[in-house]
Design a protein around this ligand. Structure first.
Ligand SMILES: CC(C)(COP(=O)(O)OP(=O)(O)OC[C@H]1O[C@@H](n2cnc3c(N)ncnc32)[C@H](O)[C@@H]1OP(=O)(O)O)[C@@H](O)C(=O)NCCC(=O)NCCS
Length: 305
C-alpha cells in the first residue's frame, strides 16, 4: 500500500487494528490501517501530519443522508500515547479546518486510551456521545438452532423489532439529535440491511413453534489486505417480549457459524459500553473485548471552535 508523500516510518508506528492485532494477524492489522489512511486521504477536505500522528477531515455521506445535514468525520491515526503537545497541534488543526469546512456536524472516534487528543477536542466544545466496546472472536463450529436467513415475508416483523430496540445509540444520546432521529436512522439502517445494501445477510430467529420472528441479526463481510476476511455483526435485536430467553444467544451463535462458512478469520462486533445485555451476550458467546473507543462530535451553532 503506498501512502503518497507520507513517511512510511511514521505510518508504521500508528496503532494497528486492535481486533486483528489481538488475534495474531499483525501484518493485516497494519495493512488495514494503511488502506484506511489511503482511502480517507483520497477524499479528504483537509489533512494534518504531526511527528507521531496524522489526521484527515472528510465528508460522511451516511450521516449526511440520515441526519439531513452536512456531516463530516475526523480520523486520527497515532502511535499509542499521543503526547500533549502533539494533541494540542491536532486540536488547533481541527479547530481551523472544521471552521473552514461547510459542515454542520462532525464526528471523531478515538481509542479511549488516547486521553490527550480526546481532551483537546473537549476543550474545543466537542461532546462525548458514545463509548463503544469492540469484541472479536475466531469463528468455530457453533449450533444453528431455529435461526435462518430472512425471507421477504419477514420484513415487517424485522422492522417492527428494530423500531423498539437501539435506544442507546450515539444518535439517541446526542442532545442535538435525540431518540426520534435515532429511531429513524436505525429504521433506514435495518431497511438497507434487508435490501442487501448495508449487510450481506440478515438472519432471523423463529419462535419455538416455528412462528413469528423473535429477533434478527445483520452480517457484514470485509476483505482486508493480506487475504483476511472479517465478518461483523452490525445490528442484533430481539423482540421486547422475547428478551432474556436465549434468543440473542441463538442468533449470535448461528451468525458465528454463518461467518465461518463465509471463510472469515475473525468476527467482530461493537456495542455501547453501557449496554449490559449486549456485553453479556457477546462475552457468553466466547467473544473477547479488544478495544474501547470514545465518540465525540461537534455541532455547528452549539459551541465555538
Ligand atoms: C442485547 C439483546 C439482543 C440481547 O438479547 P436477548 O434475547 O435478551 O439475549 P439472551 O436472552 O440470549 O441473553 C444474553 C445475556 O444477556 C443477559 N441479559 C439480558 N437482558 C439483560 C439486562 N437487561 N441486563 C443485564 N443482562 C441482561 C442475559 O441474562 C444473558 O446472560 P446470561 O446467559 O449470563 O444469563 C436484547 O437485549 C436487545 O434486543 N436489545 C436492544 C437492541 C440492542 O441493544 N442490541 C445490541 C447492540 S447492536
Amino acid at each position: 500500500m503506498t501512502l503518497d508523500g507520507l513517511d512510511p516510518a511514521l505510518a508504521g508506528r500508528f496503532r494497528p487494528d486492535p481486533a486483528l492485532a489481538a488475534f495474531g494477524h499483525e501484518t493485516a492489522a497494519r495493512e488495514v490501517v494503511s488502506a484506511q489512511i489511503a482511502g480517507r486521504r483520497r477524499t479528504a477536505l483537509g489533512e494534518w501530519v504531526g511527528s507521531s500522528a496524522m489526521a484527515t477531515l472528510g465528508r460522511d455521506d451516511w450521516d449526511s443522508e440520515v441526519l439531513r445535514r452536512a456531516c463530516g468525520r475526523v480520523d486520527l491515526w497515532a502511535a499509542p500515547g499521543v503526547p500533549s503537545a502533539e494533541a494540542a497541534a491536532f486540536g488547533a488543526w481541527v479547530a481551523d479546518s472544521v471552521r473552514a469546512a461547510v459542515l454542520d456536524y462532525v464526528v471523531c472516534r478515538l481509542p479511549a486510551a488516547d486521553v490527550a487528543p480526546l481532551q483537546a477536542l473537549e476543550a474545543l466544545g466537542w461532546r462525548v456521545v458514545d463509548v463503544l466496546e469492540t469484541f472479536a472472536e475466531t469463528p468455530r463450529p457453533a449450533p444453528v438452532d431455529g435461526v435462518r436467513p430472512h425471507r421477504p415475508e419477514d420484513r415487517d416483523e424485522v422492522l417492527a423489532i428494530g423500531r423498539e430496540s437501539f435506544e442507546e445509540s450515539r444518535f439517541a444520546t446526542d442532545p442535538v439529535l435525540g431518540p426520534d432521529v435515532s429511531r429513524r436512522v436505525h429504521d433506514v439502517w435495518t431497511r438497507n440491511s434487508l435490501h442487501g445494501l448495508a449487510a450481506r445477510e440478515v438472519l432471523v430467529a423463529e419462535g419455538q413453534a416455528g412462528g413469528a420472528v423473535e429477533g434478527f441479526l445483520t452480517c457484514q463481510l470485509r476483505d482486508c489486505p493480506g487475504d483476511v476476511r472479517i465478518g461483523t455483526i452490525a445490528l442484533v435485536a430481539t423482540a421486547g417480549h422475547a428478551r432474556g430467553r436465549g434468543v440473542g444467544r441463538r442468533l449470535v451463535e448461528a451468525s458465528v457459524e454463518w461467518f465461518r462458512g463465509q471463510g472469515c478469520a475473525l468476527v467482530t462486533v461493537g456495542t455501547q459500553a453501557s449496554n449490559a445485555a449486549a456485553l453479556r451476550l457477546y462475552e457468553n458467546a466466547g467473544f473477547r473485548a479488544v478495544s474501547t473507543s470514545v465518540t465525540l462530535r461537534w455541532a455547528r451553532g452549539e459551541a465555538q471552535v
